[in-house]
Write a protein that binds this ligand. Sequence first.
Ligand code: NAD
Length: 312
Amino acid sequence: MLKVGLVGVGGISGGHISSWDNLENASLTSICDIRKERLERYPDKKHYLSFDEMLEAEQFDIIDICLPTYLHTEFALKCLKKGINVICEKPISLKAEDVDLIYNTAKENGAKFMVAQVLRFWPEYEFVKQVYEDKRYGKLLTGKMSRLTSYPKWSWDNWYTDESRSGLVPYDLHIHDLDFMVYLFGKPTVENSLKLKSDTNYYMRNIYNFGDFSVSAEASWYNVPYPFGAEFLFEFEDAIVSLERGSFKVYESNGKVIDFRNSSECEGEISIPKGSAYYNEIEYFANCVINNTEPDIVKPEELKTVINILNK
Ligand SMILES: NC(=O)c1ccc[n+]([C@@H]2O[C@H](COP(=O)([O-])OP(=O)(O)OC[C@H]3O[C@@H](n4cnc5c(N)ncnc54)[C@H](O)[C@@H]3O)[C@@H](O)[C@H]2O)c1
């Protein structure tokens, strides 16, 4: 049984905690946050207000880092130097040089490290990867991706709205789509880049050229209570695969439309990978630790490529 600790019991931690609790061969025993009220939501766990005290007091196989972005590198290094395996929320860092620092430290100390780039484990996005690779719908022609929401005024200590601590929209939202593209299509050139930024709004749109095709991607924090939405449309020679307006559909050139949210309709046809993406990524990393295999679904070179593009 893997013994797991988690640090940073904020917004995203809920998906991690429930995933660990649903995993059979791991036990999330202890959680740490500087805010007592966040810890009190989980009365069945041991509570720590200090991360150093938690590491001193217990022996962990894995630490799950769900802290604000600017703390990822410091806390990951602290664990890796003790030989503790680390899964860390995205982004790994705002600086490309931290990628080598973290991976080298992991190697030197015989520990495993993975950034939780969750789209790599997200069923709809995994389906895009499948059809892009097996070419069942022919070559990819065009793509568009988006991630839109409202300005995050609510965050702990306002860290999201501080560029030096969060990297703002490029590192909060757009990094998901860019990471997925780099994972699937390789390193792009940026053809066209637009950033419109004020104290209350941030909109960006990039067009990425991958040689045979281009993908446009936009991301935004709007100054209104706009609901979070992540969408895509990939146009292949013989089909459009689309996640839009809450629907996940394939529109085939023969006139057929497959609606994945209507499971009876696509029974026996094509299927998408199952499960919650947060559970999937956590299960994958836990299995890497158990089986002593590298969590190389996320590669340091890809992470550096993404940071270098975002920092241009
Ligand atoms: N994968 C995703 O879909 C996804 C979604 C949201 C956020 N994230 C990432 O997750 C990370 C956390 O984001 P969030 O929205 O949960 O932030 P948050 O502000 O809601 O939570 C951060 C928590 O860390 C705690 N904290 C701060 N300093 C600490 C310290 N020194 N020791 C212990 N606890 C400390 C805060 O009290 C807070 O509870 C960010 O890097 C973000 O980019 C990923």
